[in-house]
Design a protein around this ligand. Sequence first.
Ligand SMILES: Cc1cc2nc3c(=O)[nH]c(=O)nc-3n(C[C@H](O)[C@H](O)[C@H](O)COP(=O)(O)O)c2cc1C
Length: 169
Amino acid sequence: MDTFECIISKLEVREFMRKEVRSEIKQRILESARQTGSGLNLQHWRFILVEDKKNLSQLALDSTSGAWISGADFGIIILTNPTLRFHLIDAGRVAQNMQLTAWDEGVGSGLYTGIKEGHLRKDFKIPTDLTPSIVLGFGYPAKALSGMRKNRLPLNQLVYVEKYGSSRN
Ligand SMILES: Cc1cc2nc3c(=O)[nH]c(=O)nc-3n(C[C@H](O)[C@H](O)[C@H](O)COP(=O)(O)O)c2cc1C
């Protein structure tokens, strides 16, 4: 799949088949995280790979908006350094790269940001100098998906030319 096709077809997936994702694909997803550029190339992020079903259920309990992750094949907790003003930009970039790499392999993913931080920290032994910014869940989609489902604003409501508020016409 070319990059544009991958971006426009990708959907958030929250229902997964009971089919294991091969370790080579997981490795590829993690490698795409490693290759992502970060602010000042600090690479302050750390990733916790969660494969144990009990721990996936714990991820669901430690969330306010990600109960669906209990059905994922595996999860990844993205940790970033909160003292960096751009740390959430870095978290978003690395999450998107992992999701696109997965999608290109036919693997769906969702993310949650509604994190019960105290619980997640304790359950996954997260050190105090890192923040759990995003939690991702991956697996093969339970249903056939179509990009037609996307609900996006048209470009003419999003893009101005030269100055805010001016359009080309
Ligand atoms: C910053 C951010 C926070 C999000 N938080 C959650 C979340 O807490 N729980 C969840 O299920 N999805 C979450 N999502 C996923 C969005 O709901 C999803 O990207 C959006 O609905 C578009 O989905 P689509 O690409 O399938 O159309 C989040 C996405 C972003 C970019």
